[in-house]
Design a protein around this ligand. Structure first.
Ligand code: GLC
Length: 419
């Protein structure tokens, strides 16, 4: 009603055609629970500035569930949601499905954003179909106070060092805290496990695909890395058994934040939460690059969330204006200061207030972080990997068998798509 009245006053001609149509943009996004107040405030600010109401529709925290929720509307060619956030892991599938409205015709300028990420994920057959709102890369969080207490000079450089430090500190700290663990990470059967595994595999000299995109899952470096992941839980026992049953980002984040872990693998969003009032590790945590296997280089998986506009939206102009707003310098700066999500725009990192934060120093990581393959069938490949990687780290299947089975299934998927 409010919007109709405004239309009558300001755009008399639209009265007849305008009031029957939906007078709002629907924005679907998910994420960690604390983020919603932030996105809601942005929607309200946008409405105040433009008169366009943005309805915030909350989706899940976990990436696969978020995808399912958005797909319901898109598969049915429904006008809602008009705008949504997409994991870089499934931008490819959305683009190939032709669900994304090309943005350049609406005056969207991609030049302030990470060029490598735009070219990798947001450009499809030459058209710009998304923009990175924030970018992610895997980090090692550690307790600087505990490393000092036990006489270590700094964070571990190799995975062996990590597991040795984790075992020694865990044993010593258990006296005071029986729930203390050496290392927490994402091992549940979901996309986050694939992201973690890529980091171990690449830092052993392996990987999932070769330079031509052919699957090379069953290799000696991958076997070594997967066996090491399993051993963290079952042999060295420095990672809790629930790593493979249900540990995702938030479970790992909370355990570390309660003061019950020495090391944590997580994305940049955890920095702001760890540093908040009430966090047990507020003044004692630090970040480092993830370790590597002897003789190899560290690797971080490239993650992140991209804004897209539905091809079926009936409010495309307003939807694109909202995307421009979300990716504006000011909003990206506010996002990094309040949520420690690393901006998709490169210019924001030089901002004095941003440069002072831990995120300020991360920019270079996003040029070298390891992408997952941007192919329409990546979600299927990932489902296979999730199943076998989880079986291996759960000690239900030996690492070599898990990788051999995964290779077979992935080859089948790639063959089906090649036909
Ligand atoms: C983060 C990353 C995303 C990744 C997901 C896995 O949200 O940004 O790319 O797929 O974690 O849980």
């Amino acid at each position: 009603m409010k919007t109709c009245t405004r239309l009558i006053i300001t755009m008399g001609l639209l009265i007849v055609t305008g009031c029957g149509r939906k007078q709002q943009v629907t924005f679907m996004t998910g994420g960690a629970p604390h983020e919603f107040a932030f996105w809601k405030e942005l929607c309200d600010d946008f409405e105040e500035a433009t008169g366009v109401h943005v309805e915030l529709v909350r989706s899940a925290t976990q990436t696969e569930q978020r995808k399912q929720q958005i797909q319901v509307g898109l598969r049915g060619r429904k006008p809602d949601p008009d705008v949504f956030t997409m994991d870089i892991a499934w931008v490819g599938q959305f683009a190939w499905s032709e669900w994304l409205e090309p943005l350049e015709g609406y005056g969207v300028d991609a030049s302030p954003f990470f060029r490598n990420i735009i070219e990798l994920a947001d450009r499809h057959n030459g058209a710009l179909v998304g923009l990175p709102i924030f970018v992610d890369a895997g980090l090692l969080y550690y307790r600087a106070d505990l490393l000092e207490k036990y006489g270590y000079d700094g964070p571990p450089e190799t995975w062996t060092e990590l597991s040795e430090m984790a075992a020694a500190v865990q044993q010593a700290e258990r006296g005071a805290n029986p729930d203390f663990w050496g290392f927490v990470w994402q091992g549940a059967q979901y996309e986050g496990l694939v992201c973690n595994a890529m980091e171990y595999f690449a830092s052993a000299g392996g990987g999932f695909f070769d330079a031509d995109g052919a699957p090379v899952v069953n290799s000696a470096p991958n076997r070594r890395a997967l066996d090491f992941m399993r051993s963290l839980i079952h042999d060295k026992q420095v990672s809790p058994p629930n790593v493979f049953t249900d540990m995702r980002e938030e479970e790992a984040r909370m355990l570390f934040q309660n003061g019950s872990a020495l090391f944590e693998r997580n994305w940049p969003y955890a920095m702001q939460l760890h540093a908040r009032e009430g966090s047990a590790v507020r003044n004692t945590f630090a970040i480092a690059v993830l370790p590597h296997f002897e003789g190899h280089e560290s690797a971080a998986t490239l993650g992140g969330w991209h804004a897209g506009v539905s091809r079926f939206s009936d409010r495309k102009e307003d939807a694109v204006e909202f995307v421009k707003y979300l990716t504006s310098y000011e909003v990206q700066k506010k996002m990094v200061l309040e949520l420690s999500h690393s901006p998709g725009r490169t210019d924001v990192y030089a901002d004095a207030a941003v440069a002072e934060t831990m995120t300020g120093g991360l920019k270079d990581m996003f040029y070298s972080a390891l992408p997952r393959p941007v192919v329409p069938y990546y979600p299927q490949v990932s489902t296979v990997l999730q199943k076998y990687l989880n079986a291996a780290i759960g000690a239900k299947m030996p690492a070599d068998q898990a990788l051999a089975e995964a290779q077979k299934d992935i080859l089948q998927i790639t063959k089906e798509y090649a036909q």
